[in-house]
Design a protein around this ligand. Sequence first.
Ligand SMILES: CC(C)(COP(=O)(O)OP(=O)(O)OC[C@H]1O[C@@H](n2cnc3c(N)ncnc32)[C@H](O)[C@@H]1OP(=O)(O)O)[C@@H](O)C(=O)NCCC(=O)NCCS
Length: 116
Amino acid sequence: MKLSISIQETGDKTRPTFIAFFNGEKIGFLECLITNPSMDIVQIDVAEKFRRLQVGSRLIRFACENNPQVHEIFIEVAENNEGAIKFYHSLGFTFIGERKHYYRNGKNAINMVLKI
Ligand SMILES: CC(C)(COP(=O)(O)OP(=O)(O)OC[C@H]1O[C@@H](n2cnc3c(N)ncnc32)[C@H](O)[C@@H]1OP(=O)(O)O)[C@@H](O)C(=O)NCCC(=O)NCCS
């Protein structure tokens, strides 16, 4: 199913947030840090009942289309966040390293990149 969503950008050009709306309801967001030609995903979150409907993918695609000067996207994700890791893999992100005990709970962070 393809949801009819709209995406709005807020914040400044180096620290934009992209917000996805469905029927006027905020259903997800993507917060980025842009340091051309790189972009870091600071946070991405889609409301639970709207997951697996391509909202997250569309938020990332929208951010890329609005920032054509970006050629690499970095992400740091908790090693036990399997759903998010599969999500990034599905978009073509590849593993580039890890940071041991990065999170307060002692879990490692995984670093991934997407070259575009
Ligand atoms: C990670 C997240 C943003 C993905 O958003 P989403 O809108 O559900 O993702 P999409 O629908 O665009 O997924 C695209 C593809 O990624 C993969 N994928 C996404 N979530 C997955 C999951 N939980 N398990 C397995 N594969 C998954 C699938 O291949 C999916 O395509 P498909 O549904 O046709 O099989 C969402 O699950 C989320 O908000 N999670 C909680 C917050 C979080 O962990 N954020 C990441 C912090 S680094």
